[in-house]
Ligand binder design. Structure first.
Ligand SMILES: Nc1ncnc2c1ncn2[C@@H]1O[C@H](COP(=O)(O)OP(=O)(O)OP(=O)(O)O)[C@@H](O)[C@H]1O
Length: 255
């Protein structure tokens, strides 16, 4: 059974024609990348898949059941979202924020227990954040904040990860570390879908790709099949040179 599937899904991008309905099937173990230029609808798609935004038409199914058939808490246990930018105004430390990942597993007034704390500490350590555990979120750099978002979802440990530009603000080392973390989640039986602007991270780390065009057209499939220079040049309206490095394709913009 697919971890996440869409049936004739049309995302609702205001003022845009319907485009091609999406019939996607994300199996456990797969790492999907969503590629497209600014405004193509990547975030809208991710929010629609998470049930945070209604589709124009069609359905999203999580583990064979329509999202509308899931209770919110049950959904929050199975599906995790890494948002693109999040500026939470309420004061909280890094550790308190990571612990939010355990809230779907606790009853309304239940305190986090040792197991919840252990998961949060492990996630903070995995994201190189242990030394910042007591820091207020508002004092963090952009990349540190991004790693806290990832640590919170790692603490949640969902079966399906929806990550909107997970490498946003990250330095090179942490970009590779985060892609490794997402690959590990997939290897452990999770399904991962991530919006990416970096074609080369997508080419190196994704098993499947969905190309979203600004007019609503789309194509998807195994990554090797989707990494055709002509399709990518049309996607970004940008000339590209494809080279091979260590057997993997690398795309360089041509000026
Ligand atoms: N509430 C809204 N009202 C009007 N237009 C909207 C609204 N929300 C989104 N849009 C438009 O829908 C389009 C798709 O937005 P979306 O954020 O999904 O794009 P994206 O592919 O994630 O872009 P980016 O790469 O810049 O993050 C954009 O043109 C955006 O301006």
């Amino acid at each position: 059974m697919a971890a996440l599937a869409t049936h004739r899904l049309l995302i609702d991008v205001p003022g845009r024609a319907d485009g091609r309905p999406l019939d996607l099937r994300l199996a456990p173990g797969e790492r999907w990348g969503v590629l497209g230029p600014n405004g193509a609808g990547k975030t809208t798609l991710l929010h629609t898949l998470a049930g945070l935004r209604p589709p124009r038409s069609g359905e999203v199914h999580l583990e064979g059941r329509a999202l509308s058939g899931w209770r919110r808490r049950a959904l929050a246990r199975r599906l995790g979202v890494v948002f693109q930018e999040r500026h939470d105004d309420f004061p909280a430390t890094v550790r308190e924020t990571a612990l939010i990942g355990r809230h779907p597993f606790l009853s309304p007034w239940q305190q986090e227990g040792p197991e919840d704390h252990a998961r949060a500490e492990a996630a903070l350590s995995r994201l190189d954040l242990s030394h910042l555990a007591e820091r207020e979120l508002a004092t963090l750099s952009g990349g540190e904040r991004q790693r806290v978002s990832l640590a919170t979802v790692l603490t949640q440990a969902p079966a399906v990860w929806l990550a909107d530009e997970p490498t946003n603000h990250l330095d090179l080392h942490h970009q590779v570390a985060v892609m490794g973390l997402l690959a590990e989640q997939a290897e452990g039986g999770g399904a991962v879908m991530m919006c990416l602007h970096d074609l080369n991270l997508a080419a190196r780390w994704c098993s499947h790709l969905l190309l979203l065009y600004p007019d609503g057209e789309a194509c998807w499939g195994p990554a090797e099949a989707m990494l055709a220079p002509a399709a990518l040049e049309r996607l970004y309206d940008q000339a590209l040179t494809r080279v091979e490095v260590d057997g993997a394709p690398v795309f360089v913009p041509r000026c």
